[in-house]
Design a protein around this ligand. Structure first.
Ligand code: NAD
Length: 469
């Protein structure tokens, strides 16, 4: 699989250098990806700037049809994209296929949005509120959901009339680059450029004078660097960053009924999900029952190479993250009791069994930091005020959830949780028609929802004297 190409100015080109791509199920390189030089970034930005005036003046329905054509290409190539995604990312093939389908559905859903133009009279003036595209937007994406996360950005940016530079993570570039090959003929040259690069490429993009907007998804640490880099030219930014999502199980929940959803919400994508449950607080009365149910599910989990359909969990995506998760597990052994998993199966690859740590309290790294891997700490509480304070103690504020049989009681707790989204009796539910964004150090701005185009456009006020009546 050595035919991956960059997409620059409508042309599929080799990188000025290349880098190995590792299959995390084997720990071995299975392909090379092109790596863009700084000069190739400049060419991509030049082409995006050159394409922008024509693209933004096109009637919106033409841009909309292009996005729908991209969605159709994703759907008709879902099998090939899914295989590549599993090989580079590690997730089971069925999940990769779902990722491609969800990505296509986001293209379709966001393609249906429109700008609203408001007109009103104000004390002798006639005011029009319009929106204008920002110019060249960069979309920078991490390795956990390479396709879904780019499709929360790219269609909104393009529909709003911007041209785009898309940068996948260097550890999962291939499926995104394959999309470049599929759509090279669909969009006018320069409208969407896809470039992979060395670790410095993100910083070059962030500071590039020819780019007007950065839409970034990744860790909070990198988000801080993005904000600093973007400040030099006052670029607009959207930051979707890390989280340490708490879930709170109230005393009237049904442990057996909620355990499968709790488990799936914590361990989906091997816990490598920004909105995974990363801290589980369970009322004292249900604590043992919930722990036992989750341990039973964890013990049955089939893990292994995602290309084998019997496996429900693949490896951790890369070696750096794998080593971090193992450190978190050691922290769990020190401060709590490992009730499931906690070890690495024999054989190659970055595999870790789903790990549950019970009898642990707040105040250690496993609970207080984002693990971003298959390890879940479970803590007790017996007082609502106390658990709300503990849930809110994190500097993050991405998602959170409350689990209860009593809707009103759950709602009363939900409104006290400081997060971008609070779910009730579920966790991590995303939909293209519902805005998503983080509070506090989990981000700035939102994606998806009816106002998704606002993040990629500037308010444009026309102020005239109102015609005499
Ligand atoms: P990361 O921050 O290391 O990398 C994300 C992207 O930024 C990659 O493409 C990387 O190459 C690029 N990058 C690296 N340095 C850069 C710089 N200085 N300037 C600009 N770009 C740079 O994150 P990761 O390890 O790939 O992903 C995991 C993190 O992403 C977790 O913290 C997770 O919670 C977060 N995440 C957040 C969301 C969300 O929507 N809030 C979604 C998924 C993942």
């Amino acid at each position: 699989m050595n035919n991956a190409r960059l997409l620059i100015n409508g042309r599929l080109v080799t990188g000025d250098s290349s880098a190995e791509v590792i299959n995390p199920a084997t720990g071995q390189a299975f392909a090379h990806a092109p790596v863009a030089s700084r000069n190739q970034l400049d060419l991509a930005v030049q082409s995006a700037r050159a394409a922008m005036p024509v693209w933004r003046e096109m009637p919106i329905h033409v841009r909309r049809e292009s996005l729908i054509a991209v969605a159709a290409l994703l759907e008709s190539n879902a099998d090939a994209l899914a295989r590549l995604l599993t090989m580079e990312q590690g997730k089971p093939l069925v999940e990769s296929r779902r990722e491609v389908t969800v990505s296509a559905s986001f293209f379709r859903a966001l393609a249906s949005l429109d700008f609203t133009t408001n007109q009103y009279d104000s004390d002798g003036r006639r005011i029009w509120l319009r929106r204008r595209p920002l110019g060249v937007a960069a979309a920078i994406v991490p390795w956990n959901f390479p396709l879904v996360l780019m499709s929360m950005k790219v269609p909104a940016a393009l529909l709003a009339g911007n041209t785009v530079i898309l940068k996948p993570s260097p550890t999962t570039p291939l499926s995104t680059l394959m999309i470049g090959q599929l759509i090279a003929e669909v969009l006018p040259a320069g409208v969407l450029n896809i470039i992979n690069g060395a670790p410095e490429l993100g910083a070059w993009i962030t500071a590039h004078a020819g780019i007007d907007k950065i839409s970034f998804t990744g860790s909070t640490e990198t988000g801080i660097r993005v904000m600093a880099g973007a400040a030099t030219s006052l670029k607009r930014i959207t930051l979707e960053l890390g989280g340490n999502d708490p879930a709170i199980v109230l005393d009237d929940a049904d442990p057996k009924a909620i355990a499968p959803a709790l488990f799936a919400s914590a361990f989906q994508n091997n816990g490598q999900t920004c909105i995974a449950i990363k801290r589980l607080y369970v009322h004292d009365r249900l604590y043992d029952a919930v722990c036992d149910e989750l341990v039973a599910i964890a013990d049955q989990a089939r893990i292994g190479d995602g290309m084998n359909p019997v496996n429900r969990f693949g490896p951790v995506q890369n070696e750096i993250q794998y080593r971090k998760v193992l450190e978190f597990i050691e922290e769990g052994k020190l401060h709590g009791n490992v009730a499931a998993g906690g070890y690495v199966p024999d054989g190659p690859g970055f595999f870790i069994r789903p790990t549950i740590v019970r009898d642990i309290v707040d105040g250690n790294r496993l609970v207080d930091e984002e693990q971003f891997g298959p390890v879940l700490p479970i803590m007790r509480f017996d007082n609502i005020d106390d658990v709300v304070a503990r849930a809110n103690r994190s500097p993050h504020g991405l998602g959170s959830s409350v689990w209860s049989c009593n809707a009103a009681k759950a709602h009363d707790v939900a409104i006290r949780l400081e997060a971008g989204t609070v779910w009730i009796n579920k966790h991590g539910d995303l939909s293209p028609d519902i805005p998503f964004g983080g509070a506090r150090m989990s981000g700035i701005g939102t994606e998806l929802g009816p106002h998704a185009l606002d993040e990629f456009s500037q308010l444009h006020v026309i102020n005239a004297n109102a015609p005499a009546t």
